[in-house]
Design a protein around this ligand. Structure first.
Ligand code: NAP
Length: 242
């Protein structure tokens, strides 16, 4: 029986590539999304046409009922959950001085409350030997102006990961976070000028922008047989952007 992976935010960007990679690695994949049902269905179709198994499930990760039904539908379809990748996230930027509490609340809701809810369901449902992977960001180390709400949300995620690893003692389940550096997706590219993109791309010693595949490779490692001894870590995958 195929192992099952839930990937949140898998309609676009990094999550889309993770879903396709895990499907290629033999997982039945639940492709979660917030609103883009067409794109999510496209991912499912691409996986199926490569002889993989996949299902699209709409759920807002910040909504407890949605997250519960994401797990319920996965278990209904596949009987078990082996890997959970909480990749869904947003990055609106706003200076602290501006005091834009709506932006702050929205980012915390999606990125931190969302991670809390998904990790909670994962802790309840992931099978023995399973893997739980959250998403942080390498931008934590940079403290760029306007990144306050986003960095606060991801610092919270980095706090949750080792606590959950401890709470799952004895169940042979690993809990880790992946923290990408700048990666060529809507989240990074939207709202930036070509100059800003070029400048940020050069910050890593490897002098290029990360691609979703670079991050999917790391997730596949953590989710697969070779990643089993990595636990309670934040894996910074960023070409040396530090
Ligand atoms: P992206 O291209 O903007 O894609 C975001 C995905 O998350 C979409 O599938 C979107 O679904 C989904 N999503 C957004 N809000 C959601 C919600 N409330 N519930 C469920 N799904 C939701 O972003 P990305 O660049 O791939 O980012 C993926 C993760 O990597 C995020 O956690 C981000 O913080 C992290 N990260 C990214 C970078 C980077 O440079 N790109 C760097 C460091 C960390 P819809 O299509 O339905 O809207």
């Amino acid at each position: 029986m195929a192992k099952t992976a839930i990937v949140t935010g898998a309609s676009r960007g990094i999550g889309r590539t993770i879903a396709k990679r895990l499907a290629a690695d033999g997982f039945a994949v639940v492709v979660n999304y917030a609103g883009n049902s067409e794109l999510a269905q496209e991912v499912v179709n691409e996986i199926r046409s490569a002889d993989g198994e996949a299902l699209a499930v709409k759920a807002d990760v910040s909504n407890p009922d949605d997250v519960k039904q994401l797990f319920d539908k996965t278990i209904e379809a596949y009987g078990h959950v082996d890997v959970v990748v909480n990749n869904a996230g947003i990055m609106p930027l706003s200076s602290i001085a501006k005091g834009d509490v709506e932006t702050f609340d929205k980012v915390i809701q999606t990125n931190l409350r969302g991670a809390f809810l998904v990790l909670s369901q994962a802790a309840q449902h992931v099978a023995e030997g399973g893997r739980i992977i959250a998403f942080s960001s390498s931008v934590l180390a940079k403290s760029f102006p306007t990144y306050g709400p986003y960095i606060a949300s991801k610092a919270g995620v980095e706090g949750l990961v080792p606590v959950l690893a401890n709470e799952l003692r004895g169940r042979n389940i690993t809990v880790n976070a992946v923290a990408p550096g700048p990666t060529g997706t809507d989240l990074f590219l939207n709202g930036k000028t070509q100059e800003q993109i070029a400048q940020l791309s050069k910050l890593a010693p490897l002098e290029r922008l990360g691609q979703p595949e670079d991050i999917a490779n790391v997730v596949a490692f953590l989710a697969g047989p070779d990643g089993g001894w990595v636990n309670a870590q934040v894996l910074r995958a960023n070409g040396g952007f530090a």
